[in-house]
Ligand binder design. Structure first.
Ligand code: SIN
Length: 275
């Protein structure tokens, strides 16, 4: 197995692994180590069935079932189908915005997702990339004054975030949930490293801070963390299987699909731990 670093801030390719076959203990340990070091891993040329994708998830932990039923895979509860199409199979403006904007997955739960796996079923001929940003690095390089303002603070999170448009389209059962709190600076349970955990899509406020002040502070954090030097871009090829660590990264779809072609992925989450 070879690990090839693709991006300076994060993202590496794992070569020499066939994910349709079980990995032995040494290979699993090497993959896990690379995952913790590079935060995002891509395995190329993998022809995976839904069951293979779930088996891949199990290298890293227990699959976590997504809160919303709307996108659930018809046969495998562990997976959702991430698509830009509506139920009639047409590329749709609202569905095309899914995944746009920096976020980490399931941060609106008490136990956010440890990781996310994405495996394409259809990709556009142009565009449709996914961006990643390293939140360890963003925090490590953050100016001291900004860091001082966020030390010890806790963010509040909600599925659908602040967007009224998204809120209105959610199932009431998903929408009307109490806000969830997590530290703005969160310690990674495996590496012990600190990173920024709030994000522009799902964080709605800061505990004990008036709303307008919280929005200003969050915007300042996002302006810092959203800088290009913390980012890497993944251009999709069929056969790619990606896994990213939600505990120390942000990701965002780019929405750059100029030909408005179909984009469809199998997507699974891996459960984190309460900490
Ligand atoms: C996601 O937000 O989980 C997916 C990102 C993408 O569609 O590129």
């Amino acid at each position: 197995m070879d690990i090839i670093k693709l991006g300076d801030p994060l993202l590496a390719e794992v070569r020499g692994v066939d994910l349709t076959k079980p990995l032995d203990d040494d290979a699993r340990a090497a993959v896990n180590e690379a995952f913790l070091e590079h935060c995002v891993l891509v395995f190329r040329d993998q022809e995976l069935s839904p069951a293979d994708v779930i088996a891949f998830e199990r290298i890293f932990g227990e699959p976590q079932i997504h809160v919303t039923k709307k996108y659930r895979h018809p046969k495998f509860d562990e997976l959702i189908v991430m698509t830009n199409m509506n139920k009639d199979g047409e590329v749709d403006a609202f569905e095309s915005r899914r995944g746009l904007g920096w976020h980490s997955d399931m941060c609106y739960l008490d136990v956010p997702a440890k990781a996310t796996v994405l495996h394409p079923l259809e990709i556009p001929e142009q565009g449709g990339d996914t961006l990643f940003a390293n939140m360890y690095l963003a925090l490590a390089e953050m100016p001291g004054e900004l860091r001082k303002k966020i030390e010890g603070k806790r963010g509040t999170f909600r599925f659908g975030g602040r967007s009224k448009d998204v809120q209105n389209r959610l199932d009431p059962a998903d929408r009307d949930k109490p806000l969830i709190e997590h530290p703005v600076i969160r310690v990674h349970p495996e590496t012990g490293r600190e990173s920024i955990f709030v994000n522009p899509i799902h964080t709605v406020g800061i505990v004990g801070m008036p709303d307008d002040e919280a929005v200003d502070l969050l915007d300042e954090i996002y302006a810092w963390c959203g800088q290009e030097q913390f980012q890497a871009r993944h251009q999709w090829r069929m056969g790619d299987t990606l896994i990213w660590d939600n505990r120390c990264t942000w990701h965002s779809a780019t929405g750059d699909n100029p030909l408005r072609q179909r984009r469809r992925f199998l997507r699974g989450n891996i459960s984190g731990i309460l900490h």
